[in-house]
Design a protein around this ligand. Structure first.
Ligand SMILES: Cc1cc2nc3c(=O)[nH]c(=O)nc-3n(C[C@H](O)[C@H](O)[C@H](O)COP(=O)(O)OP(=O)(O)OC[C@H]3O[C@@H](n4cnc5c(N)ncnc54)[C@H](O)[C@@H]3O)c2cc1C
Length: 445
């Protein structure tokens, strides 16, 4: 690994930057390097339950939607590992088929192991800009050797992800609670508790509830699941609604006045944050089966927000106060274990501090993301892969968007497209037609 200058340094190797590493690997004119703080690729490994599946079709892999002939496709992984015929048979009789997340993690690791532009054990600590050379200086710690190195780059792509979201009431007990992001590391220990409470109702919370409900009669714990949502909201998986993740919709979104965009963001939550509908039904069916031998000790409650939390030092038990928000009625609940399924949030990475003056900020202190994914004032030097959807940034976390996003970044870096960038992929229009001919053409398109 030289000091550069590289055309691009990518910070963090999750699926988005791993995809960029795969897509830039064959481009001779580009010299890229991707740095990851952990010792190997691992995709949300604390959540990898045996039965957990993707929420998106497997074509959301690292490369296929940009270049189906690229060697790093999921299908090529299956071929190279001798599993493609077995996979073909799996597809035969399954409606609504989603690949196991464990399998996708193995695929990602397989791809990472074949790339020579990715480096692990490199924690990026600081990025600053050298005016004289016009280069970014990326300082990283080699966590194995405990040595620092500064690398140079013309552009940087930030793919360092989100952080687990902890409700304010639980913040003082951050070390004692278990976020679903770490569930697998605590799974066995949790089973020995007398009572377990899950707060929040995204996909991960539902997966954890299902897992714990499965063993409830064997271990005899009391299992509570409470959520602020008005019900267990299913993820919108209908095909036309999913088009709100398309570039066409992003164009429409960016052209709207800011107050409209701010209001729309709230509506987006159901699309990206709900639970797979089949898992909701599986939970119902499992509860029904458990009831055959006499009911199990579990409580499920919506419209319920955690507003207070203390922990008894002697017993380690959590004493929580919840508010039933429709009845406006508080109540107390005690539990030996507390699991937070309260999602993830974007936190401005500390390593960006020296670059504050080069970044576009929105007036609420968030990073403003341009339509091409850049966040710098020159509009094409610092890119970001995921930074939550907000009024000044429309970056759906959908893996199906990673190839498009990476193709755009590559186009911006090269100054011309390398992978075709489809202009119109939605079967519907979002903005009003300019004229009646425009409307007639679109309706028949
Ligand atoms: C449990 C779960 C399941 C999901 N399933 C799906 C799905 O099925 N379909 C879908 O479309 N979306 C899914 N998502 C949403 C989204 O696609 C994923 O969160 C995805 O992992 C985001 O990828 P990323 O590359 O942006 O970041 P991450 O995957 O979060 O990766 C960021 C990486 O950056 C590294 N890093 C952080 N800081 C530094 C630093 N300073 N220096 C070096 N490295 C650093 C981290 O160690 C990490 O490896 C899921 C999300 C979760 C939480």
């Amino acid at each position: 690994m030289t000091n550069g200058p590289y055309d691009v340094i990518g910070v963090g190797i999750g699926p988005f930057n791993l995809g960029l590493a795969c897509l830039t690997q064959p481009i001779r004119d580009l010299d890229c390097l991707f740095l990851e703080s952990r010792d190997q690729f691992n995709w949300h490994d604390g959540t990898l339950l045996e039965t957990a599946t993707l929420q998106t079709p497997f074509l959301c892999d690292l490369v296929t939607l940009a270049d189906p002939t690229n060697e790093f496709s999921f299908l090529n992984y299956l071929k190279q590992t001798g599993r493609i015929y077995a996979f073909y048979a799996v597809l035969l009789d399954t409606d609504n088929f989603f690949v196991l997340r464990n399998e996708f993690n193995r695929y990602y690791r397989w791809a990472a192991g074949r790339l020579d532009n990715v480096v692990f054990n490199r924690d990026v600590e600081e990025i600053d800009y050298d005016e004289a050379s016009g280069l970014y200086r990326v300082t990283c710690l080699n966590t194995k050797m405990d040595q620092r190195k500064t690398l140079l780059a013309r552009r940087v792509v930030l793919g360092s992800g989100m952080v687990p979201n902890v409700p304010e009431a639980c913040e003082p007990y951050r070390d004692g609670v278990v976020h679903t992001a770490d569930y697998m590391r605590h799974r066995e220990a949790l089973r020995s508790k007398a009572s377990i409470t899950i707060v929040g109702s995204g996909q991960s919370a539902a997966e954890v509830y299902y897992d714990l409900l499965g063993d409830i009669d064997r271990h005899g714990y009391r299992l509570n699941w409470l959520t602020r949502s008005s019900r267990l909201v299913p993820r919108e998986l209908t095909k036309l609604t999913l088009q709100m993740t398309t570039p066409d919709y992003a164009d429409y979104f960016y052209a709207l006045p800011r107050p409209k965009r701010a209001a729309l963001v709230e509506e987006m939550k159901a699309i990206f944050q709900g639970i797979n509908p089949c898992l909701i039904n599986d939970i119902y069916d499992l509860r029904y089966r458990k009831r055959l031998n006499g009911d199990v000790d579990t409580m499920l409650m919506s419209n319920t927000e955690i507003i207070g939390c203390t922990r008894d030092e002697a017993t380690g038990r959590f004493q929580m106060t919840f508010l039933q928000t429709e009845e406006e009625k508080p109540f107390a609940l005690e539990s030996e274990a507390l699991i937070l399924g309260t999602g993830y949030r974007f936190k401005v990475p500390g390593y960006l501090a020296p670059l504050a003056d080069r970044i576009n900020w929105s007036d609420n202190g968030r990073i403003a993301v341009a339509r091409n994914g850049s966040i710098d004032r020159n509009g094409g030097e610092i890119f970001i892969q995921n930074a939550e959807i907000h009024a000044d940034g429309y970056l759906p976390p959908d893996l199906g968007q990673s190839c498009y996003r990476n193709s755009v970044i590559i186009r911006e870096v090269l100054g011309k497209p390398y992978y075709p960038i489809e202009q119109s992929t939605a079967f519907q229009r979002f903005s009003a037609p300019e004229s009646s001919t425009d409307a007639a053409f679109s309706a028949g398109a």
